[in-house]
Design a binder for this molecule. Structure first.
Ligand code: ATP
Ligand code: ATP
Ligand code: MG
Ligand code: MG
Ligand code: MG
Ligand code: MG
Ligand code: MG
Length: 269
């Protein structure tokens, strides 16, 4: 940006409010498709889970992570993605609106940009949009619980949706009839219904549908045998401790230094 001579209009800049994220907190940006129930219908998504749509979400999220190197982990399910910035990031001076709007805008444009590769021959009928929010988590436990909350959400929704769409598509029930049959039922009952009526063992459903997708950076050898940080997609349980023991660099600050872009001060742990 150019430095300009001050004009008499300059004072309006003071109407802008400061929105710096609190230091030492994990910064999470979550985006979510706006009106994607309708968008899914308008674009004939396979119900309950359209694989191309999920892969496109993942592709857009990789674009965001490739650009914003200070994101240590991303987690996506359905029409949403959460991006976790390292807690000591100084990107955009930690300004919430800058972080949120840049992530959201890049994600959305990448979603549209890559659409033709994932939906071969299927036209995009109107421009999709996503909402976004910033949430700060002061402790590692808070962050883990946040991610566990999102993964528990996809489990609950997917179990319900799998029942719902089997009743609609295979039993030819109306939406209202299927809703009535499922109203108030517990998870155990839904598992039983899937098994008894459709011969489906829910635990054998594709893990991506049940668990969502987690993107992390891993050191992967390049053509010359040198280790390079690459974004890799994992489909795993992130609620239990095992994932975090197997991927200690995500939360641990020390190993994260590997991925720090040059020019930024390194904060002591
Ligand atoms: P930042 O990410 O901080 O906004 P920036 O490079 O976008 O960085 P701006 O102050 O927003 O900086 O300036 C926009 C830049 O884009 C200008 O340097 C200008 O040269 C260029 N630009 C924008 N629109 C046009 C246009 N229609 N024709 C030519 N150049 C343009
Ligand atoms: P809002 O604007 O409030 O977010 P929404 O219609 O997007 O409204 P969500 O709660 O975000 O509501 O739900 C996302 C919807 O998008 C679900 O109804 C789901 O059916 C649909 N959807 C998203 N991804 C897929 C997919 N891969 N396959 C099939 N349907 C999908
Ligand atoms: Mg600009
Ligand atoms: Mg500008
Ligand atoms: Mg919503
Ligand atoms: Mg939505
Ligand atoms: Mg959603």
């Amino acid at each position: 940006a150019l430095t300009m001579a001050k004009s008499k209009y300059e004072y309006v800049k003071d109407f802008e409010v400061e929105d710096k994220c609190l230091p030492n907190c994990w910064i999470v940006v979550r985006i979510d498709g706006r009106g994607f129930s309708k968008f899914a219908e308008a674009h004939q998504f396979v119900k309950p889970n359209d694989i191309a749509a999920l892969e496109l979400m993942n592709r857009a999220a990789v674009t965001v992570m490739d650009d914003f190197r200070e994101i240590v982990l991303s987690y996506g399910q359905s029409d949403e993605y959460s991006f976790v910035f390292r807690k000591d990031t100084q990107l955009f001076k930690r300004r919430g609106s800058k972080l949120m709007s840049n992530v959201n805008s890049l994600f959305t444009s990448a979603y549209v940009y890559h659409w033709p590769r994932f939906f071969r021959g299927r036209e995009l009928h109107y421009p999709p949009s996503f909402d976004a929010r910033v949430v700060l988590y002061p402790t590692d436990k808070n962050l883990r619980d946040y991610l566990a909350w999102r993964q528990a959400d996809v489990h609950v929704n997917n179990l319900y949706n799998t029942c719902f769409w089997n009743l609609v598509l295979k039993r030819k029930m109306t939406a209202t009839q299927a809703e009535e049959k499922l109203r108030g039922t517990l998870a155990a009952h839904k598992n039983e219904l899937l098994f008894q009526e459709f011969g489906i063992n829910y635990n054998n459903e594709p893990p991506t549908f049940r668990k969502g997708t987690t993107l992390v950076r891993k050191l992967v050898p390049d053509g010359n045998g040198r280790l390079k940080p690459l974004v890799v997609a994992l489909v795993d349980d992130i609620i239990g401790d095992r994932f975090w023991k197997e991927n200690p660099e995500v939360i641990g600050l020390k190993s994260l230094a590997t991925f720090q872009p040059s020019g930024l001060p390194s904060n002591p742990p």
